[in-house]
Design a protein. Structure first.
Length: 275
């Protein structure tokens, strides 16, 4: 059944409705639409739209932001009472008005029964899984590379030297979390990876294409000093088997959905929401 939905830009008065939709769809209170800091970051770094009924009841929301590989759909959530009525497709059509096939666009999709078909019909092609792992970094062996823990802004600048893409705004958002530290990984004097994390999560790590990504991940995890740390790796990442051998467990997974021609690096650690 199709339902008429009005799509418009997000405003501050929509925050409570967006938070409610996020919670109803199983999102946590932090790093989601239920988090005012997250919404403020998306508003600064990208575009947020909401879908509303004819009496302006907000029943869906979504957002896109720019990355080194093109535009990422960070969020797309519909109130469960309104799912299956074409609301998600209408919202996606406004977030990506030219259609995904027309540009460099991607998302990390959950395996929700409605999500994958929506993106596939929109022209996105499924690729590798993004695996969520959790384990004790103390069980990892030593690494031949070494890690510095600079301020998040400095780590962001280090990543820019690797990628040529400035993510200062996103590093500022990540850096506001308590106990978060920047990461800069060196092989001798050569910068080989940069990212950010905390004792409980290696949030993001950009690795140089010719570096030993497994060694960089091991060193970064150990440097964070946690006893139970979460990390999100592409399925083909070279660190996957060493982490599994060290007792890390796969606790969840998303899937990369991307338009033809978009190739994300499989040697990075990704943030599912912000890449």
């Amino acid at each position: 059944m199709s339902t008429k939905v009005n799509v418009r830009p997000f405003t501050a008065t929509d925050a409570a409705a967006v938070a409610q939709i996020s919670r109803l769809t199983g999102q946590p209170d932090s790093d989601s639409g239920a988090d005012p800091n997250y919404l403020a970051h998306l508003a600064e770094a990208g575009t947020i739209l909401v879908g509303s009924t004819t009496d302006d009841e907000v029943v869906a929301w979504g957002a896109v932001t720019t990355t080194a590989w093109g535009e990422m759909l960070t969020d797309l959530f519909v109130d469960p009472a309104w799912q299956g009525r074409g609301v998600g497709a209408a919202l996606l059509g406004h977030l990506w008005p030219a259609g995904p096939v027309e540009g460099h666009r991607f998302t990390f999709s959950s395996w929700h029964a409605r999500a994958l078909p929506l993106y596939a019909r929109a022209g996105l092609v499924p690729s590798w899984p993004l695996l969520y792992l959790r384990g004790d970094p103390r069980r990892l062996g030593p690494s031949p590379v070494h890690v510095q823990r600079p301020a998040p802004a400095t780590a962001g600048a280090a990543e820019a030297t690797i990628t040529g893409f400035d993510r200062a705004v996103t590093y500022a958002y990540w850096g506001h979390h308590a106990h978060t530290t920047g990461l800069a990984v060196y092989d001798g004097s050569e910068l080989v990876a940069a990212g950010i994390g905390s004792a409980t999560e290696l949030t993001h790590l950009a690795c140089a294409p010719d570096a030993d990504a497994s060694a960089s991940v091991t060193a970064a995890l150990r440097a964070l000093g946690g006893t139970e740390t979460t990390i999100c790796l592409p399925g083909p990442h070279p660190a996957l088997v060493p982490l599994l051998d060290a007792g890390f467990q796969i606790i969840d997974h998303d899937i990369l959905m991307a338009c033809p021609g978009v190739t994300l690096p499989t040697v990075w650690v990704f943030s599912p929401g912000l890449a």
